[in-house]
Write a protein that binds this ligand. Structure first.
Ligand code: CA
Length: 624
């Protein structure tokens, strides 16, 4: 299948002849090809390889050829199903953007042609900067944020029902709704947007959350189109907001089009038993784990509606890696969030992250390892020297251990091993991480109980949580609605955690985008977070500075961030009484007689011998 490189002019002549012969897409009724994935590609990647999945009746028996300068068809392989053909192209550094004429023959007769689009990459695409600790990430579940287009709530052919009173049904939120409210996010101080998955979920129920993907190249029509996703990214970038894609490689939805015609049985894990995972995360690193338990963790289905993928099949592995690259390039993304990270074979996850980071060396990828255990979470971060020799390329992880410790610290009385002292010691576990500054810090997410509910709807404790997330090391992440003290009433109930954002639907009683009709306590919380995050944008010490903390005493936890001439002092007083601090204890961090600005009130503060904190309050002083 090798091709000699033709001169460009010769190739153009071929294109011209094809044009004379009629439309490039063959009009014969017998055209067997239903789809080619990825739908397009780009020149100029580090890896010259491109695998095309060709699907259609009897595709495996087609003979494929192409004729394009700088591009050759290296190998062609089939799978078990007669309806798949995999073309492995090599795109040379000299290949120019254009359309590659693919020709498919059966028994010597041409039965299909496709002009495959090869594009130029955006300038600077490879060097794109991923999200980092100078950012604040806002997590949105698109179905629950804003309904920008009521006409797409239930397009023909979609299976799930629409009912805003049902927490597990579709509510109608979409990409247009998010795009229409970017000004709100910008004013809130947000610089990154993480959307739960927006790809098609053609599932009969629970399709609203997006984690049951049924087509890796199609945006769910209830959210909009691929072009809408691209337009959202462009509009967000114009406001200094990056877009993070939520990637799921562990599983698919049971309605995925592959499930009707699997390329090969080993695209799914295990023995076809549909046994569920045992959720034993530790088995991947446990020196004593049995193979049967480890296999059950990796190979078990996440749910009966979520078949488990087996990406150690190299055709599937390439498909998933290319899919992530395709969306980064197509939608101009600033990073990836990877769902259920440790549930996939860890060798594949190393391949995946190594390849993505080799194509985008400054990108960021944050993995979800939902364990309240820094030893387990740190195992996955790039740069960690693991006892078992496992080498990871994943730059960032969600800091579940710190989230758990924060919630417990605010809910419990201080003692030698609870409350603030436990939070202080949990942060000390940072010695386990290769790069703790690149962890994503949060008080709640779409899977946890809402932080306001966890804290008994206590606004004072909520403010302490927000100050901690915004000022401790790492990359803060705020869940949509957290700025409104949104709470779930039923612990652990997913539908109840994922309320609609007020004002996102016509006729909503309150509108949090404009502030109309908000309860005073909610408006005050929103304003508090806006003040805090807007200031954070201007404070390099909090984004990139060193951190020194002092052992909590009498319900007060004090720490400092410092960079260059800027020092930020954070003091959290959890008790119902005022506290007076002897500032002499903080001389390592604080010059005698320093003065700064109270970030939350705007007042000037001079730091003499003592500092008095109001009951149940957070004080953030920016000294520079
Ligand atoms: Ca809609």
């Amino acid at each position: 299948m090798k091709h000699s490189h033709r001169r460009r002019s010769a190739a153009l002549a071929v294109v011209a002849l094809l044009a004379l012969a009629g439309p490039a897409r063959t009009t014969a009724a017998s055209d067997p090809i239903e789809r080619i994935d990825p739908p397009s590609w780009w020149v100029g990647f580090e890896s010259p390889e491109l695998q095309l999945l060709v699907h259609g009746a009897g595709a495996a028996s087609l003979a494929a050829s192409l004729d394009y300068p700088g591009v050759r068809l290296a190998t062609v392989t089939g799978a078990e199903s007669p309806n798949y053909l995999f073309l492995n192209l090599v795109i040379g550094a000299d290949a120019a953007p254009g359309r590659i004429p693919l020709v498919f023959r059966r028994d010597g007769h041409v039965v299909a042609r496709r002009d495959y689009l090869l594009e130029a990459r955006r300038p600077g695409s490879r060097e794109r900067k991923g999200f980092d600790a100078s950012d604040v990430i806002y997590l949105v579940m698109p179905d629950r944020f804003a309904n920008g287009n009521p006409a797409n709530d239930q397009p023909p052919g979609t299976l799930d029902h629409v009912d805003r009173r049902d927490g597990f049904a579709r509510h109608g939120g979409d990409l247009a709704g998010i795009t229409a409210h970017l000004d709100y996010l910008e004013r809130l101080g947000i610089t990154q947007l993480w959307l739960t998955p927006v790809l098609e979920n053609a599932q009969p129920e629970f399709s609203y959350h997006g984690y049951s993907i049924t087509d890796h190249y199609r945006v769910d029509p209830r959210f909009g189109s691929r072009e809408d996703y691209q337009a959202l990214s462009r509009a967000a970038r114009a406001r200094g907001i990056g877009l993070i894609e939520d990637v799921v490689v562990n599983h698919i939805g049971s309605g995925h089009w592959w499930m009707k015609d699997l390329p090969a049985r080993d695209w799914l894990s295990g023995d076809g038993s549909r046994a569920l995972t045992n959720h034993m995360h530790s088995t991947v690193a446990d020196p004593y784990a049995s193979a049967v338990d480890r296999r059950r963790y990796i190979d078990g289905w996440f749910s009966p509606q979520m078949p488990d993928l087996h990406p150690m099949n190299p055709l599937l592995g390439s498909y998933l890696i290319q899919n992530a690259i395709w969306w980064i390039e197509y939608a101009d993304l600033s990073g990836l969030r990877m769902d259920t990270y440790s549930y996939s074979d860890k060798r594949f996850m190393a391949d995946f992250t190594r390849r993505i980071m080799s194509e985008y060396p400054r990108l960021n990828i944050v993995g979800e390892e939902w364990r309240d255990d820094p030893a387990m979470v740190s195992y996955w971060q790039a740069g960690k020297a693991n006892a078992d020799g496992y080498v990871s390329y994943l730059p960032s992880l969600m800091d579940f251990p710190l989230q758990g410790a924060l919630v417990r610290a605010l809910k419990s009385e201080d003692s030698w091993n609870s409350g603030f002292p436990a939070l202080y010691e949990r942060l000390a576990d940072d010695f386990l991480y290769a790069n703790p500054r690149n962890l994503v810090v949060f008080a709640d997410n779409h899977d946890t109980d809402r932080i306001a509910a966890e804290l008994g709807n206590d606004e004072a404790l909520w403010r302490l949580a927000m100050v901690y997330v915004a000022t401790i090391r790492g990359i803060p992440q705020i869940l949509y609605g957290t700025e409104l003290l949104m709470a779930n009433e039923r612990p652990g109930n997913d539908g109840d955690k994922r309320h609609d954002f007020p004002g996102g639907w016509p006729g909503d009683a309150a509108d949090a985008f404009s502030g109309r009709g908000l309860e005073p306590r909610v408006a005050a919380a929103q304003n508090f977070l806006r003040t805090l995050l807007s200031w954070r944008k201007t404070a390099p010490a909090v984004q990139a500075g060193s951190l020194r903390h002092y052992a909590p005493a009498d319900g007060v936890y004090v720490y400092f961030r410092q960079l260059g001439a800027e020092t930020v002092m954070v003091a959290l007083n959890k008790r119902a009484a005022a506290a007076t601090l002897d500032l002499g204890r903080f001389r390592e961090s604080l010059a005698r007689g320093a003065s700064g600005r109270d970030v939350l009130s705007g007042a000037r503060v001079t730091l003499g011998d003592t500092l008095t904190l109001a009951p149940r309050s957070a004080l953030v002083i920016d000294i520079r």
